[in-house]
Design a protein around this ligand. Structure first.
Ligand code: ATP
Ligand code: MG
Length: 324
């Protein structure tokens, strides 16, 4: 299949080692844009296509994915793993009503979990990678906290969900910008002079006039040499955000992600890819308001089909990129 989505994304995916799960992380600056719904739609499509899939509620502040999946009180949560009640993440997976789909419920009952230490996060990353499944879908929390960004940055498919609202477009760009600066900050964390420059550039109104990543890299080249500038350039260009516009109501709204793509190219020197749109689907809205599980909805509703197309295009492009 040679759709525009996979043409654009060609050759751009970080590979997963054979046997390791492919990780989809679903983020996006603003609350309520549909990260959880999109996570569920993607996971359901993967599972219904026969791929073993684990959907993880990684919203460490306000976990609610289980409710949307029709589970009232989760018997095991991510918290049981973090507090060592269970040794592996595998053990806290709950089999859902859907074949091939397991769920790890979130840990919102422990507020400190909203801000775990990096070591604790590393433990979660490792355990995610050791899950015996083909796909992992991570529903991230709202905002751009380090937790959210760190999960986003480990994914094979780092997805940013936005709506066509101007504020959501701005937030999606801000999310991508924050991810870039998080990657840069961690890359130079042991090198104070570069770290200072990166931190200066993070403030969009900085006095050094560092407005774009290009200008930052130029300043680093002057101060620290070409080798360091190249290292940072690589760290930035390895981030390939994938954009999904959710709840689109018109053809024009479906193209909202293009704005984020253009601005990211201009100011951050990174290639974001527009994976397409998922329309405003009344069946989903109704199911949520009547507290009916999303997984009970028919697979032929427009939002399901749109998510299915996104899955097919993305996997086709991924496989093609691994062959090149
Ligand atoms: N494609 C869609 N069609 C119709 N309604 C939708 C769609 N996507 C999301 N919604 C509606 O938007 C609401 C918010 O979605 P969701 O809970 O997925 O947002 P979120 O980004 O995960 O929010 P939070 O940041 O609070 O976790 C849903 O309850 C649902 O009513
Ligand atoms: Mg959510």
């Amino acid at each position: 299949m040679n759709t525009p989505a996979n043409q654009k994304a060609k050759g751009n995916y970080p590979s997963s080692n054979i046997g390791l799960p492919l990780i989809w992380a679903i983020g996006g600056g603003k609350g309520g844009v549909g990260k959880s719904i999109v996570s569920i739609l993607l996971a359901l499509n993967l599972a219904r296509q026969g791929h073993s899939t684990v959907l993880i509620d990684a919203d460490l502040g306000a976990a609610n994915l289980h409710t949307l999946m029709g589970i009232k009180t989760p018997v095991r949560t991510l918290n049981d793993f973090l507090t060592r009640k269970y040794k592996s993440l595998e053990q806290v997976c709950i089999q859902t009503e859907v074949e091939n789909l397991k769920l790890v419920c979130g840990a919102s009952e422990v507020l400190s979990m909203a801000n775990p230490q990096y070591a604790q996060k590393t433990k979660i990353f490792k355990s995610i990678k050791s899950l015996s499944t083909r796909h992992v879908v991570l529903d991230l929390g709202a905002g751009t906290s380090y937790n959210v960004l760190d999960f986003f940055l480990i994914a094979n498919f780092p997805i940013v969900v936005l709506t066509a609202q101007p504020i959501s477009i701005q937030n999606a760009y801000a999310f991508v910008r924050n991810a870039v600066y998080r990657r840069l900050t961690r890359t130079v964390s042991q090198k104070p002079s570069m770290l200072n420059l990166v931190k200066t550039a993070m403030d969009p109104k900085n006095e050094n006039q560092l407005r774009t990543i290009k200008e930052l890299l130029k300043a680093i080249k002057q101060a620290n040499g070409v080798r360091h500038a190249r290292m940072l350039e690589q760290a930035v260009s390895s981030i390939k955000p994938l954009l999904i516009t959710n709840m689109a109501r018109t053809d024009l709204e479906q193209k909202a992600a293009r704005i984020v793509k253009l601005v990211a190219q201009k100011y951050l020197t990174i290639e974001a890819h527009d994976l397409g749109a998922i329309g405003m689907d009344q069946e989903i809205a109704r199911a949520v308001s009547e507290m009916r599980p999303i997984n009970h909805l028919h697979g032929q509703t427009p939002a399901f089909r749109a998510a299915g197309k996104i899955i097919n295009d993305t996997l086709a492009a991924y496989e093609e990129s691994q062959l090149n």
